[in-house]
Design a protein around this ligand. Structure first.
Ligand SMILES: Cc1cc2nc3c(=O)[nH]c(=O)nc-3n(C[C@H](O)[C@H](O)[C@H](O)COP(=O)(O)OP(=O)(O)OC[C@H]3O[C@@H](n4cnc5c(N)ncnc54)[C@H](O)[C@@H]3O)c2cc1C
Ligand code: SF4
Length: 694
């Protein structure tokens, strides 16, 4: 598939021709430039595991993943791979993992008088089984922290994939070289400090930033986009999750919200932001959500289904939104249809932004066919064709604010981790980029935007910056069927049950590639391997809730976000209901065994098991939760005492500073957010454009 772009040769000011923009461009003398590693980066490699740590990791791997009938077991080689992997991740994350390793090693000492690695294999397996089943949430979390990379590294091998009959890697395609690429500058290739001028600076190129840049460039404004991540072309999308986590996910996908349950929170770090790695599901937010914004927060009438309809329509056109093709739903579509039909639940194909999708099953790791209209193949190229410029590997450190007005921003260029994923050593000073602009649009996403604004001293008066975090907590249920499922084939998230949307429960497919499924199975030992050997018969389906709990994002170690989130009782009960309903659907569809992924409840294989699950009051810490939709950490509102931005997305306290991303969304939406972020961003960009033109 080609990108199919209609090039406009007349309007391509390149970086060399930047004098076309108002103002001047000059080389900076570098005084005052930042020294050392960029925040958010990982300069200074973690040295890997010591000899003792290697032995501990090998002992855990061996007991957690023993050999099966045809799958090989884990052990010393897995530990050595872990050691190599540690040297490629940010040091503070590596240190956390080593601490977890030691905690597991020492945990058996009080009872067994010996550390874990000194125990014979059978006893080690028994101990791990005890951790896995423990009522102590922290112990299970430590086990998960250590097993996650070990499992991933063990299964991420061609021979493992071959054993279960699924494809390991796609052939690399040749990238096209459209003209608009001349508008893109790789920040790693800039060696000297630089100063640029533009009319509008857009920080971040995900759902919000790319839509805003497109709208403003379409209106004839000189737009510069700065993006911390790289521009990955189709040749990078080889279907290897390990590569995607390393190159396209923030912090290698290792950010975790801390609270009464540890929740991995995922976000993208690439041109296209999280849209590069998202599932492509497209929803308009429901009117009941907008009504709560108007009635509860006093937002104006424009925040309604009707008021935002023109913007949604334009987004749908750009993303080519349409229902998933039934031909590419994979086996999970008919299974969910069968179960939901028998129970009388409303269901159907999901609406998506991938018109030519042929079900490669890899949406969350970069679409290899270019079918998914993430912003790197839609809004960003269209903005570039309209004269915008883009600098990649540009991490914005601060917004420059003079006399209460945003005047531009300062960024560090280049990055900590090279394209090959190796951490660069030392503290080489990175070039600094200073941008002068008439308006600044921040679109770093709900995890990073509050950190940038805090560093810049903006949006602080209400005390709400970083707070009000909603995440749409999500979980899944797995089930074994007699029939083959082959969940790596077909659209991973192509089917839905929307029967319970009014309750704030959305069920959406969540098929997993082999090595990612290996992380989801909560068991250890022989029963773990047995289940993984049955992967071709294993189905996965997911759901998310409209949460009422609220968390917070604070500055964390090494520039990463520290995410805090405690799930309240109401949401925990909603999660339990979601799991029960999904177990019921799988049973109705004829599953042999159903795995609810709840601590203390291994399987739900009969109506009686289901009743037992219903009778139990699950605690948040018993759940297996993940989050993909952080929102609300710099929310819009009418009252500067309780919000950071006005309804026009401008900061209450800094003129010319706008926020157009998930952080501006004032509450949990109840549906996947990308279209709403884009629609609200188009609306805000229209306002900014009108202001700049008067
Ligand atoms: C795995 C996954 C699956 C998902 N599936 C769906 C789905 O099916 N449907 C749906 O609607 N939504 C989905 N989402 C959510 C959706 O993609 C996001 O809500 C949306 O992309 C958020 O848009 P944003 O503009 O707020 O931030 P992002 O899209 O995350 O973009 C922010 C960008 O800003 C950059 N940035 C941050 N800080 C700086 C800085 N200081 N300097 C320079 N650049 C910076 C980041 O590198 C990033 O590229 C999914 C998300 C994930 C992670
Ligand atoms: S399922 Fe479709 S959209 Fe997803 S990666 Fe495959 S081709 Fe792309």
């Amino acid at each position: 598939m080609t990108l199919g772009l209609d090039l406009d040769f007349g309007r391509l000011p390149t970086l060399e021709r930047r004098a076309l923009w108002p103002g001047t461009t000059k080389q900076n003398d570098g005084r005052g430039a930042e020294q050392g590693p960029a925040a958010g980066g990982s300069a200074g490699a973690e040295p890997g595991l010591s000899g003792r740590e290697l032995r501990i990791a090998a002992a855990i791997a061996e007991a957690a993943m023993p050999p099966g009938r045809f799958l090989g077991g884990a052990g010393a080689e897995t530990a050595s791979r872990l050691s190599g992997w540690l040297s490629a991740i940010p040091p503070h994350l590596g240190q956390g993992l080593r601490a977890a390793l030691w905690a597991l090693e020492l945990a058996p000492v009080p009872i067994r008088l010996r550390p874990l690695s000194a125990l014979p294999l059978e006893e080690r397996m028994e101990v791990l089984r005890g951790f896995e089943q423990s009522r102590t949430r922290a112990l299970r979390a430590l086990l998960k922290a250590v097993l996650t990379p070990l499992r991933f590294l063990h299964f991420d091998r061609p021979e493992m994939f071959k054993h279960v009959g699924c494809r390991y890697e796609l052939p690399t395609v040749r990238d096209e070289e459209p003209r608009w690429l001349a508008q893109v500058t790789n920040g790693r290739e800039i060696e000297e400090d630089l100063e640029l001028e533009c009319e509008v600076l857009v920080i971040g190129t995900g759902a919000g930033g790319a839509a805003a840049a497109y709208e403003l460039a379409s209106r004839g404004h000189a737009v510069l986009m700065l993006e911390e991540g790289d521009y990955h072309r189709r040749s990078s999308f080889t279907g290897r999750p390990a590569r995607a986590y390393r190159d396209m996910y923030r912090d290698h996908g290792l950010d975790v919200a801390l609270g009464n349950v540890a929740i991995p929170v995922f976000a993208g770090r690439a041109v296209g932001g999280s849209t590069v790695i998202n599932s492509g599901t497209c929803y308009r937010a429901p009117e009941r959500t907008f009504a709560s914004w108007r009635e509860g927060m006093g937002l104006p009438a424009e925040f309604s289904s009707e008021g935002l309809a023109p913007y949604y329509e334009r987004v749908e056109q750009m993303l080519q939104v349409a229902p998933a093709d039934p031909l590419h739903l994979g086996a999970i579509g008919p299974i969910i249809r069968r179960g939901a039909e028998r129970l009388g639940y409303q269901h159907g194909p999901l609406v998506r932004n991938a018109p030519d999708c042929d079900g490669q099953g890899l949406c969350c790791f970069g679409c290899p066919t270019g079918a998914k209209r993430s912003t790197d193949v839609s809004y960003v190229p269209e903005a570039l064709k309209r004269g915008a410029q883009l600098i990649t590997a540009a991490h914005v450190r601060t917004i420059d604010i003079v006399a209460g007005r945003a005047r531009g921003a300062t960024a560090t260029l280049g990055s900590d981790v090279s394209a090959a994923g190796r951490a660069s050593k030392g503290t080489r000073r990175r070039p600094r980029l200073v941008v002068r602009a008439e308006a600044v649009v921040v679109a770093g996403g709900a995890l990073m935007t509050p950190l940038l604004l805090r560093r810049s001293g903006a949006c602080l008066p209400s005390g709400m910056l970083g707070k009000n975090l909603s995440i749409h907590p999500a979980s899944k249920v797995m089930a074994l069927f007699d029939e083959r499922i082959d969940q790596w084939q077909g659209i991973p998230q192509g089917y839905q049950i929307d029967h319970f949307a009014d309750e704030g429960l959305m069920f959406e497919g969540g098929s997993l590639p082999f090595d990612v499924a290996a992380l989801a199975v909560p068991w250890t030992g022989h029963r773990y391997t047995e289940l993984m050997e049955r992967y071709p018969h294993l189905a996965t389906f997911g759901f998310m809730i409209k949460d009422t709990s609220r968390g917070e994002v604070r500055p964390g170690l090494g520039g990463s976000p520290l995410v805090l989130y405690t799930m309240n009782q109401e949401d925990t009960a909603k999660m339990q209901r979601g799991i029960e309903l999904l177990c019921e659907v799988f049973l109705a569809a004829g599953a042999r065994r159903v795995l609810p992924l709840v601590a203390g409840c291994d399987e739900v294989n009969s109506p009686a098991d289901l009743e037992r699950l219903r009778a139990r009051q699950i605690r948040a810490g018993d759940l297996d939760v993940a989050a993909f939709h952080p929102l609300g950490t710099c929310r819009i509102g009418v009252d500067p005492r309780s919000s950071c931005l006005g309804p026009d997305h401008q900061a209450h306290d800094v003129a010319g500073l706008y926020v157009c991303d998930g952080s501006a969304i004032p509450s949990s939406l109840g549906v996947n957010p990308q279209m709403t972020i884009m629609a609200m961003s188009l609306r805000a960009a229209q306002i900014i454009g009108e202001r700049l033109s008067t």
